[in-house]
Design a binder for this molecule. Sequence first.
Ligand SMILES: [Zn+2]
Length: 174
Amino acid sequence: MVVDQSFNIRISGQRLGLHEFDFSVDDSFFSAFERSQIQTGNVSVHAEMDRKEREFDIRLSLKGRVDQTCVRCLEMGQLNIAAEERLFFELHPIDAVEETDDEIIRLPMDLLELDLSQPIYEMISLCLPMRFTCENVGQNCDPEMEKLIQGESNEKMDESDAVDPRWEALKKLK
Ligand SMILES: [Zn+2]
């Protein structure tokens, strides 16, 4: 995965204490993720890291908007999103990194930088409704498009009915 802009936080040689970082997510960010449910959007991300000797916790907060396509009428809608999350990390010798912990993410001791693009992407994805419709952004669906799409899916259903053996039998009766 390649993201144009860096979403990395320097770990190696970083002094202890509080550090703050700002990132901005744009269209290129989403295109770096295969099968992304989001293609376009603008999201500001703020990260606060409390660095200790071997542990550090990062508070991520984000705010912005992402564009989604209505599943009913295919209109684009701008969805406002906001989310906060806290991540805990711990540095470990390389042979102990594989041991998992629910709360704490283990990282190798010699890690230079921590890439936050994956957690940021997951946070944004969790803001999306299961099925985005115009209602999610307080809009009404385009009734013409809705009718058209409804018609198309009915047609598709007819096609699959055609392979139904009962239909085949009826055809023979003609
Ligand atoms: Zn719609």
